[in-house]
Design a protein around this ligand. Sequence first.
Ligand code: ATP
Ligand code: AMO
Length: 434
Amino acid sequence: MENRTYTADAAPGETATVAGWVHELRDLGGIAFLILRDTTGKIQIKFEKDEMDDDLVETGLNVARESVISVTGDVDEEPRAPTGVEITPDSVEVVAEADTELPLDPSGKVDAELSTRLDNRTLDLRKEEVQAIFTIRAEIQHAAREQFRELECTEINTPKIVATGTEGGTELFPITYFGEEAFMNQSPQLFKQLIAGSNVERVFEIGPIFRAEEHNTPRHLNEATSIDFEGAFCDHHEAMDVAEAVVTAAYEAVAENCEDELDALGLAEEFEVPTGDFPRLSYEEAIERINATGELDEQLLWGDDLPTEGEVALGEDVGEHYFITDWPSEIKPFYIMDQDDDEQLSTGFDLMHPRMELVSGGQREHRYDHLIEGFEQQGLDPEAFDYYTKMFKYGMPPHAGFGLGGERLVMTLLGLDNIREGVLFPRDRQRLSP
Ligand code: ATP
Ligand code: AMO
């Protein structure tokens, strides 16, 4: 809109045109106040009934909440106004009227169920604390990009329609691709490896992954955002260092640049940046410590995957971010390399937040013969992966990397109860639209 002034920039002594949503109307009789909200904040519009044109007062005071209006008038200092300034209108235009019945209350006075909020995201995002989550999410992605660039990684984009899965056959979404069977990609895993094996060497990607998870939990999505890294001539220790740096950088950026948003979420006081140097526990130590908590009905045995209750018990015990290393080879995927001196142990690692897993990664099997054997051991047909395996015959350097769950990072950083709160339009078992 021509000559529009943001509410935050409306300066006393000037005439301004502001435009935004009707946040609140307070009619005190002879005087009435309309609070107008835009992306920069709120401003008070004053209607003195006896001193103003009747039509103007009529328009201003009969407009339904959440309608979009444009107001032109003089801006004055007013200590009693919420922001210290107010506008006395010369004209009020209703740009887009809202129904008087709203599916949820953007002023936040009436709480709404998460499903109602997700069905009406446009209205929901008019709440300061909801918008704060997505401003922080954007900051986290920005910080991750910056950190990767500092580490001389190149940003890549890999296909999301693919011919094979990598993270377990049952969690694939099948689609038809010109009559051929295809899938939505579960992970950029194989593609990022293929590029790390080129001259590009160090790559990262922030993009969607698709998992046909059957279960509905507060920390799983069917479409998630994966923050992936892959580096040639890296081992798993270096990949862990990169994961630690990216997670820490995200916290630092939020602490530095999102003070108002943390405040809106009531987190300004308690927000803490992790110090880095996350403890590195072996898998064996992890199961021993879980067993020692006595929280599980059955003791974990070597080779068991960690159940959710086990992760929670260990997280409480450790009390900060930590790595789990030295996983049994048999519970890690085919592309993870075994350790040199003990092939029962893998180079795979997980980075855990006390509440849940954030990252999986490891050093990759770059030796062609071992890779083919790994496929066969996992009951996969190496022929189907020929597009990938053949590149291991033409000079594939040692390499390592990881995948960091973007929404898990947002969720744990902000202490959200449900991962869906950090996704604009989440996809889950019940939700395919909006
Ligand atoms: P009525 O006769 O119905 O009370 P009025 O025009 O006399 O209306 P005031 O008594 O001036 O209104 O103010 C009503 C309330 O609004 C008071 O509590 C006053 O503090 C508050 N108020 C008045 N002007 C402003 C302003 N510009 N910004 C914020 N609050 C104001
Ligand atoms: P993994 O399958 O462990 O590893 O995924 C990596 C990280 O992605 C997040 N994540 C999810 N977040 C929300 N909903 C889901 N359904 C979901 N699935 C995964 C988690 C998890 O730690 N290719 C390997 C990574 C690698 O080795 O580089 C992989 O995909 O935070």
